[in-house]
Write a protein that binds this ligand. Sequence first.
Ligand SMILES: Nc1ncnc2c1ncn2[C@@H]1O[C@H](COP(=O)(O)OP(=O)(O)O)[C@@H](O)[C@H]1O
Ligand SMILES: [Mg+2]
Length: 324
Amino acid sequence: MTDTITAASAPGTAVADLAIESTGLAKRFGGRPAVAGIDLAVPAGSVYGFLGPNGSGKTTTIRMLVGLIRPSAGGHRLFGQPMPVAAPGVLGRVAALIEGPAFHPYLSGRANLRRLDAADMFADRRTAASRVDAALDRVGLLAAARKPYRAYSLGMRQRLAIAACLRTPRELVVLDEPTNGLDPQGTREIRSLIADLHAGGATVLVSSHLLSEIEQMCSHIGIMSAGRLVAQGPVGQLRAAAGPARVDVDTARPEDAVRVLAACGLTDPAPQPGGARALLGDVDVETIVPALVQAGVPVTGFRVTRPSLEDLFVGLTGEGFDVR
Ligand SMILES: Nc1ncnc2c1ncn2[C@@H]1O[C@H](COP(=O)(O)OP(=O)(O)O)[C@@H](O)[C@H]1O
Ligand SMILES: [Mg+2]
């Protein structure tokens, strides 16, 4: 669609700086297109929020990225290396949580992780026990390590799945809807886990159908709609693309307020019932109220409204985002 903002086109962003880069990635299921024309650019070291409503194609794209399914068209690189040719070398640098691995209900959380670890050709046998316990500790499951999986709550199961991909340090961590089924506390824990991974130098791709849940922890965002990537780029750039910030002043003297807002450099100032409004532009917010007061305008209320990424999504697709 229109207005695709591409991180790759930002000055100084070379291809080698991208942890993930795809071109024209597409997948059809039985002749029906699920996703098409996906040009993803995930900068190394970023926390990339891969957002879109249910059914928009996030999981399908992620499954192609980590080599679980073959694209019908297009291709991609991980750390600059072509997939799937480079998979044997590259996949040891990648951890992925995709719709949860299969866990055995009668084995404990710890035994499940040890089993997965034993099947991981990239994992070092000698450090298995300590790595598994460190991963359990990291997601707050160490105390429940000996409980059978079937006794775990949904949130604990999700955390065990996350622990499974934290067993060994990875440069790229891909988490498909890691907050699914978690309560607000669990969601906060995932956010802090992602912040830790980021601080440790990892690139994180995290998908969600709940924009508000992950928007705040991402440096970059890609937005999916109906199988297409409709926008991507640094969060600040996307917010700016969502539209200008708007200033509302409540006052009994709207005409005077309009005059002052114009003098401050705000654009499109206009009176409205109970006050005045204008677009902020590059004007420093802090200067506005003092200018109004100095001009003798009695200010009873002042608000700055910045359009959200949700507004951007609605603008790009004509539909709402968080459909609960
Ligand atoms: N294995 C499959 N076979 C047929 N259709 C599929 C399959 N996987 C996904 N789809 C379809 O592809 C579209 C995108 O699904 P998905 O990637 O799961 O979206 P999301 O992860 O954003 O919810 C949906 O229309 C879904 O029904
Ligand atoms: Mg999905």
